[in-house]
Ligand binder design. Structure first.
Ligand SMILES: NC(=O)c1ccc[n+]([C@@H]2O[C@H](COP(=O)([O-])OP(=O)(O)OC[C@H]3O[C@@H](n4cnc5c(N)ncnc54)[C@H](OP(=O)(O)O)[C@@H]3O)[C@@H](O)[C@H]2O)c1
Length: 293
């Protein structure tokens, strides 16, 4: 029944992936190419902030599905330069959404747990109201709104705390730091949903692009909740590094951008459609460390 309500019907599609040389984009191009015709593009192909370039690129490629992994993801950089954050993540997304709508393509758009303020104290579902604390979160929410208002067949997929093989990320930083230090100070009072890019890419391919769910907003993260300190300690344990974690409060780790104290996500809309979410974050972290060693 659900399949009849979605434009993504489990067939092979012509897919354009933006942000294709980023951490998720690279993993996603690989995951999608088994079943779809995939073209990956990044800022050197066309810049989303250039409306005419976005329109021209999509009109030339004519994909049936666009997956937007492009974003300015430097959370503290966005706080220092909110104008640029909104230019890339808000206006840039608006341009892409308009170009996708013009050619009748479905748009799968990646967003973030940082659209929430963290005050709920338990995992956020898609039915909770966003209230971003940072310029990054606000600019990503502006991007979501552009997609919702512009593209009838949209899938907004919020994920969180990504780690993977293709870019700088927290887990990689901890493992690199452990080569130089016996003790690593890590924030212990911010909680979230660590997510392996390979699992997210598979989820996007096997759930969203496979047409198993109706359009709308989705949370897609590895299941379970932990703090940055717990994530670091588990990564060190799995990688058999002798370094210890020294848990510290966020107040002792000042950063330009405020971050939610609790931004774990729950995939309630997948549950409602009978689709199991992604595996537990510890299992995913084990997979990442085994696959990258
Ligand atoms: N990383 C996380 O922990 C996390 C968590 C939740 C959600 N997300 C979301 O997941 C998506 C993918 O994240 P990621 O970590 O894979 O990002 P990433 O590694 O930073 O890759 C993003 C890519 O987009 C490109 N880009 C930036 N602005 C652009 C523009 N105006 N036009 C075209 N391309 C542009 C970047 O190019 P440059 O490198 O040249 O800037 C980069 O190659 C993003 O939407 C992000 O908001 C990420």
């Amino acid at each position: 029944m659900v399949a009849e309500m979605t434009p993504l019907s489990g067939k092979s599609h012509k897919v354009l992936v933006t942000g294709a040389r980023g951490m998720l984009g690279r993993e996603l191009c690989k995951a999608l190419s088994a079943a779809h015709e995939v073209r990956g593009v990044d800022i050197e192909d066309f810049d989303l902030t250039d409306a005419a370039a976005a329109r021209k690129a999509l009109a030339a490629e004519r994909p049936q599905v666009v997956v937007n992994c492009a974003a300015w993801t430097d959370v503290d950089g966005c706080e220092r330069d909110p104008g640029r954050a909104f230019l890339h993540n808000g206006w840039g997304t608006w341009n892409l959404a308009k170009a996708a709508a013009d050619i009748g393509a479905a748009l799968v758009h990646l967003s973030t747990d940082f659209v929430f303020d963290g005050a709920k104290g338990e995992p956020y579902t898609e039915f909770d109201l966003p209230n971003p604390l940072s310029a990054y979160g606000a600019s990503k929410l502006a991007g979501e709104e552009a997609v919702r208002s512009m593209v009838p067949h949209h899938y907004i997929v919020r994920s969180a705390w990504l780690f993977g093989s293709h870019g700088p990320n927290f887990v990689r930083t901890i493992l690199e730091t452990s080569a130089e230090r016996e003790e690593i100070r890590v924030v212990a009072d911010q909680f979230g949903s660590p997510t392996y890019t390979r699992d997210l890419a598979r989820g996007l391919a096997e759930i969203i692009l496979a047409g198993r769910v109706v359009p709308g907003t989705y949370h897609m993260v590895n299941s379970g909740v932990c703090s940055w300190a717990e994530l670091a300690a588990e990564a060190l344990r799995l990688a058999r590094r002798p370094a210890r974690v020294n848990p510290v409060p966020a107040a002792e780790w000042p950063s330009p951008a405020p971050r939610p104290a609790y931004s774990a996500l729950r995939s309630r809309r997948l549950e409602l459609q009978g689709i199991p979410g992604l595996r537990d974050w510890r299992e995913a972290l084990t997979g990442y460390i085994e696959e990258s060693s």
